[in-house]
Design a protein around this ligand. Structure first.
Ligand code: ADP
Length: 552
């Protein structure tokens, strides 16, 4: 803009200057032309008087005096000329000024030289004797004059151009400076030309609009990110070219990456063939699903093609953590298989014994043995079914009524109910229970205490000891059942809480175990918001530690 203003001002100045010079030249030329004409006319008048009085002698006396005077007879014959021999001059009757003077008494004309650099002006006057006296003088034409003064004109023009250049530079700077000083973020604060006010207020209005739209977009983006980042499912948005447009925290955790991957190709995030194939499949068939195992967890991957106007505009990846679902399904299948097996074993034993008795294949003295076996196996079946029912009740998470329970009283009752079993093996059960009240469903606390004490007696050695300790620890109560029994080998300790898991199957069966006791205990402890752990050494004994929140 500065350049344009500079050029325009310079051009205008130069044009004005040239026009002025030529105008000035023209005016001067005309002025001096008029002055010359007046002088010639005056001189002609005086010469007429002189010639009338003195004749040719007057003209001879004027020789070489400046202007050319020519005396012409009425027929056009040149009588005398102050510059040329009259006899050598042709007849002048046809000359414009002469014919005018002869007819009107005064004539004038102007003629240019062959090179057009000179103009000669003629004035002729008819004298009383019928002759005509003509005066003439030459001067440069206006172009010749301009040409002759080209040098000073150029000097003037150069000076004028330099001055107008400086002026143009200053002017353009002065014009542009206030425009450059406009802060486009706050156009209304600018102290500039009044004429720009409507433009600046429009600018401000547009700025406000853009700011509002930007704010709106940022809010939407923030909302989207907040929602996406709070999702437990992983979410990845890819462009049609496979560039990562957006990725939430869950997906970053899944791929083990950071926000830096946004804007990069998906391949930088994951190179697995499985996901790549699934994306290709979704691009072709609109949707693809996969189950992936990563870091010991199971994930379901759902990929959908996003379309806009019938064209693919991107791909959405949704990652669901289905570990619990998959494990629950696996557990359910295993549990069903185990239950069938566990139920079948005592039933087969009952059926076998009953068949033998029915067919009279049992000796009378052995009848009691078979009948006892039937009773024992039936009792085992009942225990098994009871435990399955308890477990399924816990699985269903049925809302059980809570009550304030004195844990030490309950412990005493449980020890009492197991005293016969303990006595049968000569096992001493003792306890140290602080008076602690806990608000919880009674059946859950019963399952915990009963099963732990039952196991401590069952897996003890004759003459062994069982010790129950209940202590208050802040907002929790610690419940420890310690025994001096057979102990659990370290490699089994992490698995004893699994359903139907038994360290020694035949021993467990023999002593009436179902393999469900500890899984019921763990389930109940977790339902109450507590924790359970085991410490055991084979041949020395076992301690099961349970911590429960008191929730008074
Ligand atoms: P079970 O009905 O067979 O006792 P549990 O679920 O109660 O089933 O226990 C699982 C297994 O853990 C048992 O079979 C046993 O091998 C082991 N176990 C549990 N408690 C004890 C303990 N106090 N001492 C030694 N082994 C134990």
């Amino acid at each position: 803009m500065t350049k344009k203003i500079f050029q325009s001002v310079l051009l205008a100045c130069a044009a004005v200057m040239i026009a002025c010079i030529f105008l000035f030249l023209g005016v001067l030329y005309n002025y001096y032309g008029d002055l010359q004409a007046t002088q010639l006319e005056q001189e002609l008048g005086m010469a007429c008087v002189g010639v009338q009085q003195q004749g040719e002698g007057y003209l001879q006396a004027l020789d070489d005096s400046g202007c050319r005077l020519t005396w012409i007879a009425a027929d056009g014959t040149v009588l005398y000329d102050t510059t040329t021999e009259a006899s050598q001059m042709e007849n002048h009757a046809a000359r414009e000024e002469i014919s005018q003077a002869l007819s009107t008494g005064f004539g004038e004309s102007a003629r240019y030289s062959a090179t057009l650099t000179q103009q000669t002006r003629y004035f002729a006057r008819l004298m009383e004797d019928g002759t005509v006296l003509r005066i003439s003088d030459s001067r440069m034409t206006v172009w010749a004059l301009a040409l002759a003064s080209i040098q000073p004109i150029c000097v003037i023009l150069a000076i004028a151009l330099i001055l107008s250049g400086l002026l143009a530079a200053r002017l353009s700077r002065n014009i542009v400076q206030p425009l450059e000083a406009i802060d486009l973020d706050r156009p209304l604060e600018a102290d500039t030309y009044e004429e720009l006010a409507p433009l600046l207020s429009r600018l401000e209005q547009q700025h406000r609009q853009i700011r509002n739209q930007q704010q709106h977009l940022e809010d939407r983006e923030r909302e989207f990110r907040a929602v996406a980042d709070n999702m437990t499912e992983g979410l990845v948005l890819l462009s049609a070219r496979g560039t990562i447009l957006s990725i939430n925290h869950a997906a970053l955790r899944f791929f083990g990456s950071t926000d830096a991957c946004i804007g990069q190709d998906f391949i930088t995030l994951d190179r697995s063939r499985e996901i790549e194939d699934a994306i290709r499949e979704a691009e072709l068939d609109r949707r693809a699903e996969r189950i992936l195992s990563r870091g010991g967890r199971e994930y379901q991957l759902g990929i959908s093609r996003v379309e806009e106007g019938g064209k693919e505009s991107g791909v959405v990846l949704l990652i669901f953590d289905v570990t619990e679902k998959v494990f629950a399904e696996r557990n359910r299948r295993e549990f069903t298989a185990n239950v069938s097996h566990e139920l079948k074993t005592p039933l087969q034993s009952i059926m076998g014994s009953a068949e033998l008795l029915e067919n009279g294949l049992v000796r009378p003295e052995d009848t009691q043995v078979f009948l006892r076996r039937i009773r024992e196996q039936s009792a085992r079946l009942v225990r098994l079914i009871d435990d399955i029912i308890h477990l399924s009740q816990l699985d269903e998470k049925a809302e059980l009524p809570v009550e304030k329970i004195s844990l030490d009283d309950l412990a005493k009752q449980e020890i009492q109910s197991l005293s016969a079993a303990a006595e049968a093996q000569n096992i001493t059960v003792s306890y140290d229970a602080s008076p602690v009240c806990i608000t919880a469903p009674r059946p859950l606390l019963h399952e915990i205490l009963y099963n732990l004490l039952d196991n401590a007696i069952k897996y003890n050695v004759p003459g062994g000891k069982v010790f129950l300790e209940i202590t208050r620890k802040g907002k929790n109560v610690a419940l420890t059942v310690r025994d001096t029994g057979i102990g659990i080998p370290p490699e089994h300790q992490s698995r004893i809480f699994e359903r139907f898991y038994r360290v020694d199957k035949s021993h467990s069966r023999q002593i009436g175990g179902t393999g469900l006791g500890l899984s019921i205990v763990k389930h109940a402890v977790l339902d109450l918001g507590g924790e359970i752990s085991v410490q055991s050494a084979p041949g020395k004994g076992t301690a099961i530690l349970v911590t429960l929140p008191v929730k008074e």
